[in-house]
Design a protein around this ligand. Structure first.
Ligand code: KIV
Length: 269
């Protein structure tokens, strides 16, 4: 299904993306609030709450589809979930992840970005810095906004042999800052920083004029935060990253409710 967007809504989203690109926390704006969603009801609730960005992240591979990491996620998976989110979130900016192996060349990156936009994404995200410059340029030149992703890159988990904090050495820190500047220059709307040590995340935030949106980078070093919804609502208790703060226990609530339901079957009310 291709989500139809009325011209006014498209204009609203374009205006929001433009103002998002200027949302530096230091300038006194509110910090950016981004959170993932993968389905219609969650997206609808987030739309009602009012968040800045709903990310249809490829984290869906783990927290929804049960894969060990994001390297199993396909474009079909992403489209299926982006369409559901777009049906639920009419007003919120929807950011879609380009899954692994779907942006190996600039041409492929643009083709994949177009597919995600047709599924309902307002902007796309891809992992990596300077080496992705031409791919990002190609997408942006076609009129599709891009949000970058630097630091720990989950799609590289197999090559890296695990999820490792970034920015610990001066060389890594310099590379991150150079990449952030490159993504800014090529025209990214914002940059997601994942698992970068707070000091370096702060240095990156200070070095560029577009906002940084952090996850696992400390609470105050970026211009906003992004969280995986299951970490916030406690619906995936089998793995909770150390930096996450669960604010509900949805898995426990489901267990309690289903146990009550099971026990009530066959009994008079
Ligand atoms: O896929 C995802 O949820 C992400 C966030 C961790 C930033 O990319």
């Amino acid at each position: 299904m291709v989500t139809t967007k009325e011209p006014e809504r498209m204009k609203l989203k374009q205006d929001r993306l433009k103002s998002l690109s200027k949302r530096k926390f230091r300038a006194g704006d509110k910090p950016i609030c981004a959170i993932t969603a993968y389905d219609y009801p969650t997206a609808r609730v987030l739309d009602e709450v009012g968040v800045d960005i709903i990310l249809v992240g490829d984290s869906l591979g783990m927290v929804v589809l049960g894969f060990p990491d994001t390297t199993h996620v396909t474009l079909e998976h992403m489209c299926h979930h982006t369409e559901a989110v777009a049906r639920g979130a009419k007003d919120t900016l929807i950011l879609g992840d380009l899954p692994i192996n779907t942006y190996d060349t600039p041409e492929q990156a643009l083709a994949t970005a177009k597919v995600l936009v047709n599924a309902g994404a307002d902007a796309v995200k891809l992992e990596g810095g300077i080496i992705q410059e031409e791919k990002i340029r190609k997408i942006i030149e076609a009129g599709i906004p891009v949000i970058g992703h630097l630091g720990m890159l989950p799609q590289s988990v197999l090559e890296e042999g695990g999820y490792k904090k970034k920015g610990k050495t001066q060389e890594q820190a310099n590379r991150l800052i150079d990449s952030a500047r490159c993504l800014e220059q090529v025209g990214c709307t914002a940059i997601i920083l994942e698992s970068v040590i707070p000091k370096v995340a702060q240095d990156i935030t200070n070095a560029i004029s577009i906002p940084t949106i952090g996850i696992g980078c400390g609470r105050t070093s970026c211009d906003g935060e992004v969280a995986v919804i299951t970490d916030v609502i406690g619906s995936y208790p089998w793995f909770v990253p150390p930096f996450a703060t669960p604010r509900a226990s949805v898995a426990d609530d489901i267990k309690r409710a289903v146990t009550e339901y099971k026990e009530a079957i066959g009994k008079e009310v």
